[in-house]
Design a protein around this ligand. Structure first.
Ligand code: 6PG
Length: 462
């Protein structure tokens, strides 16, 4: 046998194959295993072929890796990951390390940590972001598990990570499911960010009467300045693209019906369970669901709505405000989960990891990292730099949501962002009425403004 491999890669779909190539390019020897012989052959006969050990069976894979072994699994989340992990766990030796780099539910990661550690194996759950291009040239990676176990593979994973200036976008973030939870919230923010972009595109098209070329040019301009981000850059590309088969604008031939794999929904479910508010993400998930309700949409379709007179600058500021609020909610959810699960998440580190390689990379994350560095564990909305941003941009968000509502144009994520800050800004809200009603019909009791204690009742309780 030739020299043993530094690491094994299980699952050579788009993400696994590209991560294997990335590792090989950085000088690591990789044992590759996939049930599909064609996937293995493609790597073994390709550019870095000599860096791979092509393994036809799990036994061959384990034999090919230097002990104590490290194996990265990139297989579909859920049952397929459980099946792959238990097959390897049955053959691995004590001290071997299994790394789940898929988009797993962090509850599964917590369970698997306990199960695999009980077998004497080490386990890490790592969220990987950046799609195929990121996997090949540098993804952002969010690691969860034991710190000592992370240290064993940190040099290899740091070598293949994306870099922001010179800093690698990879970090150990906390124990057990911390990495996968952070990746889930990354995706939740991705959903909110994309939904707000789509809403603004809709306002350009249906409110301002712009064609796709005008929108593309505007998003291209917005890719510089405070909204500079990968998602705004690719929005310009998508809006400006032409369908090769019809020569129509690409957006005219893409069906208005969004899919999802579930991580956005998980963010919302976890936020609800933790009593955190992620209303912008919830609006984004809901908007995707409603987009797919084609029969109901057909039944309720009405003619085009009234145009409105907002300008591009107002929309830019509205998107800026919405994005700040979506980030504030995402980081708020991370802080709440950190408390609940004792993860001690460093929000500044998370913002730093997201600055390059991942889908939500944006210049704003640099400022977010600095804000959390200066004031850990506070809402982003209270950080002076972000308060200033909102003071400047909130009036435009309000104008945009109001004008859209009057024109009958839906802006669920932008409107929920506005409602979130408006509720926070009201010193006296309306929960007193809720408490009164709860007490009236259920004698649930309330606190009073003029006395200490709880469990007070109104005159309706006899
Ligand atoms: C990433 C992406 C990636 C993927 C998600 C979202 O960070 O590289 O988030 O994980 O795009 O699966 O997909 P859906 O929109 O289908 O839920």
């Amino acid at each position: 046998m030739s020299e043993l491999a530094d690491i094994g890669m299980v699952g050579l779909g788009v993400m696994g194959a590209n991560l294997a190539l990335n590792l090989a390019e950085k000088g690591f020897r990789v044992a590759i295993y996939d049930r599909g012989q064609a996937n293995r052959a493609a790597l073994a006969s390709g550019a870095f072929g000599t860096s791979f050990i092509d393994c036809a069976t799990e036994d061959a894979l384990l034999e090919a890796i230097r002990p104590p072994r490290a194996l990265v699994l990139l297989v579909p989340a859920g049952t397929a990951t459980d099946t792959a992990l238990s097959a390897l766990a049955g053959k691995a030796s004590s001290g071997d390390l299994l790394i789940d780099a898929g988009n797993s539910d962090f509850h599964d990661t917590r369970r698997r940590t306990v199960e695999l550690e009980a077998l004497g194996l080490a386990f890490l759950g790592i969220g990987v972001s950046g799609g195929a291009e990121g996997a090949r040239n540098g993804p952002a990676m969010m690691a969860g598990g034991s710190r000592a176990v992370w240290d064993r593979v940190a040099p290899m994973l740091t070598a293949i990570a994306a870099r922001h200036v010179d800093e690698p976008c990879v970090a150990w973030l906390g124990p057990d499911g911390a990495g996968h939870f952070v990746k889930t919230v990354h995706n939740g923010i991705e959903y909110a960010d994309m939904q707000m972009i789509a809403e603004v595109y809709g306002l350009m098209r249906d409110g301002l009467g712009w064609n796709d070329v005008q929108s593309a040019g505007t998003f291209q301009d917005w890719a510089q300045g405070p909204l500079a981000s990968y998602l705004v850059e690719i929005t310009a590309e998508v809006a400006g693209a032409t369908d090769p088969s019809t020569s129509l604008p690409m957006l005219d031939v893409i069906a208005d019906k969004a899919g999802q794999k579930g991580t956005g929904r998980w963010s919302v479910i976890e936020a609800q369970k933790l009593g955190a508010v992620a209303s912008t993400i919830e609006a984004a998930v809901g908007a995707r669901n409603l987009s797919a309700a084609t029969a109901l949409r057909d039944a309720l379709a009405t003619p085009a709505t009234a145009p409105f007179g907002l300008d591009g600058t107002t929309l830019h500021q509205a998107l800026h405000a919405g994005k700040v609020i979506a980030y504030a909610q995402g980081f708020g959810l991370l802080a709440r989960a950190s408390e609940e699960y004792d993860w001690d998440l460093a929000l500044a580190d998370i913002a730093r990891v997201w600055r390059a390689g991942c889908i939500i990379r944006s210049t704003m994350l640099d400022d977010i990292a600095m804000a959390f560095e200066a004031r850990p564990n506070t809402s982003l909305l209270t950080a002076p730099a972000f308060r200033d941003r909102l003071t400047t941009t909130l009036p435009a968000l309000r104008q945009t949501v109001a004008a859209a509502a009057l024109a009958g144009l839906p802006t669920p994520a932008l409107a929920s962002a506005l409602a979130y800050v408006d509720q926070l800004a009201r010193p006296r809200g309306t929960a007193n009425m809720l408490q009164g009603l709860r007490d009236y019909f259920g004698q649930h009791g309330f606190e009073r403004t003029d006395r200490e204690g709880s469990g007070f009742h109104g005159p309706w309780v006899g």
